[in-house]
Design a protein around this ligand. Structure first.
Ligand code: DC
Length: 247
């Protein structure tokens, strides 16, 4: 069946693309904007994390590009709205098994950049991501949404913040989860991921030529959400009277 599409009058799918480096606020902002406009929230990083977690669980060495690529091509990944009210933004099923929280482990953090740099893995994920994007009414979050996955998106945001600010945010998040972490180690891991994500040959992290860059150092979550919502209203011709505001 062809998915029902929600397009504007120029036939561009109603997609808000949000790209940016790790811990730049993409998921918090993306989820809030999606809720406001009643759009689906789709975090494409979850798919790369699912492949990484599956490779680790099956003892496939992440350095083995051929085996990891084969796994990505055959693995059944579903990203659905939350199925459990435990603070998750969505549920990820791999071969029917709920792996949502496993995807956030330090082991996955440490290996996902290597896995997501493999061109074959990206090609496999791209097919699934475009299908969801083309259906419209979706906020898609990742590294290459504006440049590769949905270049026709009517609104592309590039969220940025300094490595120190992003490391502070991630550090606070991990401490809240009672994880034993060291700020310098978080900062080092952040810089390492930045280097791999930006330096890879296939679909490196960068802002699309027509993206709006928001430098979020010193901005509150509400300020960033407002800025994105304002752009979304005008670019996607959304009706402000139908917005949902947090109570
Ligand atoms: O946003 P995140 O930290 O969950 O992303 C995990 C990894 O996946 C990140 O290191 C880069 C990669 N990624 C990507 O290459 N392309 C995307 N569209 C989304 C994520």
């Amino acid at each position: 069946m062809i998915p029902k599409s929600h397009n504007d009058e120029h036939n561009a799918p109603l997609v808000i693309a949000i790209d940016g480096p790790a811990a730049s606020g993409k998921s918090t902002i993306g989820e809030a904007v999606a809720r406001r406009f009643g759009f689906l929230y789709f975090d494409t990083g979850a798919m790369y994390r699912a492949v990484t977690q599956a490779a680790l669980a099956r003892h496939i060495p992440v350095e083995d590009e051929a085996q990891v690529t084969r796994l990505a091509e055959t693995l059944h990944i579903d990203v659905t709205p939350p199925t459990v009210a435990d603070g998750r933004q969505y549920t990820v099923l791999v071969e029917g098994e709920d792996v949502t929280w496993e995807l956030r482990s330090p082991a996955v953090d440490d290996h996902v950049s290597v896995v997501s740099a493999y061109p074959g893995v990206r090609a496999a994920m791209l097919i699934q991501q475009r299908r969801i994007g083309l259906a419209g009414r979706v906020v898609m979050v990742g590294r290459d949404i504006g440049t590769v996955v949905m270049p026709e998106a009517p609104l592309k945001i590039y969220l940025d913040a300094s490595p120190e600010e992003r490391a502070r945010r991630r550090y606070r998040e991990l401490v809240q989860k009672q994880q034993d972490v060291d700020y310098d180690a978080v900062l080092a891991s952040m810089k390492m991921r930045d280097a791999i994500d930006s330096g890879r040959e296939t679909a490196p992290l960068r802002a699309a030529a027509d993206a709006v860059t928001i430098q979020t150092d010193g901005m509150s979550i509400e300020q960033v959400v407002e800025a994105v919502a304002e752009l979304a209203r005008s670019r996607l011709h959304l009706d402000p009277d139908r917005e949902r505001h947090p109570s």
